[in-house]
Design a protein around this ligand. Structure first.
Ligand code: AMP
Ligand code: MG
Length: 335
């Protein structure tokens, strides 16, 4: 049984958007859709409001937040820009790319966990952008889920886990991409570093920058405090043990115990009639389809009473392989 929710889910009418923007402008919290996942938003320049995000999520204070903006001017008001940042923003904004840059004064320490850098993104979701515009605030917004659990890609996901801790959820349907943004550290323009893989690939960034983007040191042990949650070894995790199978074979169907689930990236060509076989995309479907369904599938399997979930890793040269496997690996990691 799901715990009762006291949060209200708002349809995206003009009136509701105005109401929710007002909640934000007054220092309140609103969960809202972006093209990556649902975020739990607050005025990024209001330290008290941002502190409430950490409380609602049970997020440790040393994990900094991403600040979402509607305009370049807003981004320039909170971060020190450089040529590399301009190049990638021109190529990929609005979209699922977060830039880590030196911060400007005025961004509260709670947002950056006291770091001299700030993470900034211009999302491509119409409703989220409207909330920024109508509230007049850049919005700090981590994923709208309890810290460490599977990220939410629908309003119902948010309600299921935060419904008793927050009051307002804007429903914009399922998040199109379904994976968190790519994060690139551009503090040192000569040495860009990928902090988190996402729908914007490392290769795509390298093409635009004309530089190698390093992916070193992304993972740190969970116990040693990371600069940020996306860098934790264990994250995005269902409670049901998730076991990665680099080559999960359709041959296994019918051979694993009936209370263990098999999760394929794509539907196998011929699936014998077993109830424990699942997939993220249709036969021959794209990895975008798999990414879009990943978190929803992990959530439904997590409440399905399975003893464990055997999950296949993505393969091939699709730019989404790294992002999908990053989430699966962290979801499977032991704390
Ligand atoms: P989330 O809000 O859960 O999607 O994760 C926020 C992510 O932003 C973390 O995984 C960090 O990698 C990154 N991040 C945020 N602020 C900073 C910062 N100031 N320096 C480095 N990384 C940051
Ligand atoms: Mg998160």
């Amino acid at each position: 049984m799901k715990p009762t929710s006291t949060a209200r889910i708002y349809r995206p009418t003009r009136r509701n958007l105005a109401t929710l923007a007002n909640v934000l402008a007054r220092g309140g919290l609103v969960a809202a859709p972006t093209e990556t996942v649902y975020g739990l938003a607050a005025d990024a320049l209001n330290a008290k409001a941002c502190r409430a995000i950490f409380r609602a999520k049970g997020r440790p204070a040393d994990d900094p937040l991403i600040v979402h903006v509607d305009t370049l001017a807003q981004a320039e008001a909170i971060a020190e820009w450089n040529e590399a940042a301009r190049l990638v923003a021109k190529a990929f904004w609005p979209g699922p790319l977060t830039l880590v840059l030196p911060k400007k004064p005025g961004v509260p320490g709670i947002v950056t966990s006291g770091l001299p850098s700030v993470a900034v993104r211009m999302p491509a979701h119409r409703l989220f952008r409207q909330l920024i515009r109508l509230s007049g605030c850049p919005l700090a917004a981590p994923s709208a889920n309890p810290f460490g659990y599977v990220s939410p890609t629908t309003a119902e996901h948010v309600r299921d886990h935060l419904g008793r801790r927050i009051g307002h959820i804007l429903d914009g349907g399922a998040s199109k991409i379904g994976l968190e943004s790519t994060i690139i550290d551009l503090r040192d323009t000569a040495h860009p570093a990928l902090l988190r893989p996402g729908a914007i690939s490392k290769e795509g960034l390298e093409r635009v920058l004309g530089l190698t983007v390093s992916a070193h040191g992304r993972t740190v042990p969970t116990k040693a405090r990371a600069i940020a949650p996306g860098m934790l070894e264990r994250h995005y995790s269902p409670r049901t043990p998730l076991i990665l199978s680099p080559a999960l074979s359709p041959e296994l169907i019918g051979r694993v115990p009936a209370n263990e689930a098999l999760l394929f990236i794509r539907k196998p060509e011929r699936v014998p009639p077993f109830k424990n076989v699942f997939w993220l995309a249709r036969s021959g479907g794209s990895l975008s389809e798999a990414a879009h369904n990943l978190f929803d599938r992990l959530r439904s399997l997590d409440t399905g009473g399975w003893r464990s979930i055997h999950a296949e890793l993505a393969a091939g040269d699709d730019p989404l392989v790294a992002a999908i496997n990053d989430r699966l690996s962290r979801a499977a990691a032991k704390g």
